[in-house]
Design a binder for this molecule. Structure first.
Ligand code: GRF
Length: 207
C-alpha cells in the first residue's frame, strides 16, 4: 500500500525535487509524492513538478479573504488526493489550526539548528550572528513558527570568510539528504512522539 505525501512549497523547489528523486531511487519506502501544492503562480517549483510528472496545483493565497479560507482550500486539495503526510518544503505561509488539525503528521525542513535562528532567513541570520556552526533541522509542525518536535538534525560548519552562497550549497545538500530520510521514517510508522521528543523506532519496534 502506498503512503501518499503532499508537498507544499512556495519557491525554487530543490527539496521537492530531492524527495521525488529519493522516491525514484527507492529510498522513500512506500511513500509516494502524490501532489505538489504551491501558493505562488510564479514559483519555479510548479514547473519543476510538472516536468517530473507530478501533479502540481496552484492555490494562490491572494484569492482568499482569510488565512482560514486559504487553509481550508489547501486541506480540501490534499484530502481529495488521499494525502496522509504533509511536507512543508519552503512553504512561506503560516498555517492556522484549520490546517494543523486536519493532518496527524506535518513535517517541515528548516535551514538552521533550531531553536536557533527560526524564521524566514535561517542561513543569513546564523551568518550575521557570527555563529561558527549551523545546520539543518527536520521537525514536526506545531502551532508555533519552527517550534515543533525535532525529528532529525545535523550540523554544518560555517567557514571563516565564506560567502552566503557557499554555505547555502552545503545547507541545501544536507536538507536534500535529511528530508527524504524523515519522510521514509514517517511512512514506515517509525516516528513516536513523546512530548517534545521524537523517538525513532527500530523497524521491529514500530506500531
Ligand atoms: C529551504 O532552505 C528550506 O529549509 C526552507 O526553505 C528553503 C526551500 O528551498 N524552509 P527549496 O525551495 O526547496 O529549494
Amino acid at each position: 500500500m502506498t503512503f501518499r505525501v503532499g508537498v507544499l512549497a512556495s519557491g525554487t523547489g530543490s527539496n521537492f525535487v530531492a524527495l521525488v528523486e529519493a522516491q525514484r531511487r527507492g529510498e522513500l519506502g512506500s511513500a509516494e509524492v502524490a501532489v505538489l501544492v504551491c501558493n505562488r503562480p510564479e514559483a519555479p517549483v510548479l514547473e519543476r513538478a510538472r516536468g517530473m510528472g507530478v501533479e502540481a496545483v496552484l492555490v494562490d493565497h491572494r484569492q482568499y479573504g482569510s488565512r482560514e479560507g486559504f487553509d481550508r482550500a489547501l486541506v480540501d486539495c490534499l484530502r481529495e488526493r488521499g494525502v496522509e503526510l504533509v511536507v512543508l518544503a519552503g512553504f512561506m505561509r503560516i498555517l492556522t489550526p484549520v490546517f494543523l488539525s486536519a493532518f496527524s503528521q506535518i513535517i517541515n525542513v528548516h535551514p538552521a539548528l533550531l531553536p536557533a535562528f527560526p524564521g524566514t532567513d535561517g542561513i543569513g541570520d546564523a551568518m550575521a550572528y557570527g555563529a561558527k556552526v549551523t545546520g539543518v533541522t527536520v521537525h514536526l509542525v506545531d502551532s508555533g513558527v519552527d517550534t515543533g518536535p525535532i525529528i532529525l538534525q545535523e550540523a554544518v560548519e560555517i567557514v571563516a570568510g565564506e560567502s552566503r552562497d557557499s554555505l547555502a550549497v552545503r545547507i541545501h545538500g544536507l536538507e536534500h539528504r535529511l528530508l527524504p530520510r524523515a519522510v521514509a521514517l514517517a511512512a514506515q510508522g517509525r516516528l513516536r512522539v513523546e512530548g517534545r521528543h521524537v523517538r525513532i523506532l527500530d523497524s521491529e519496534e514500530r506500531a
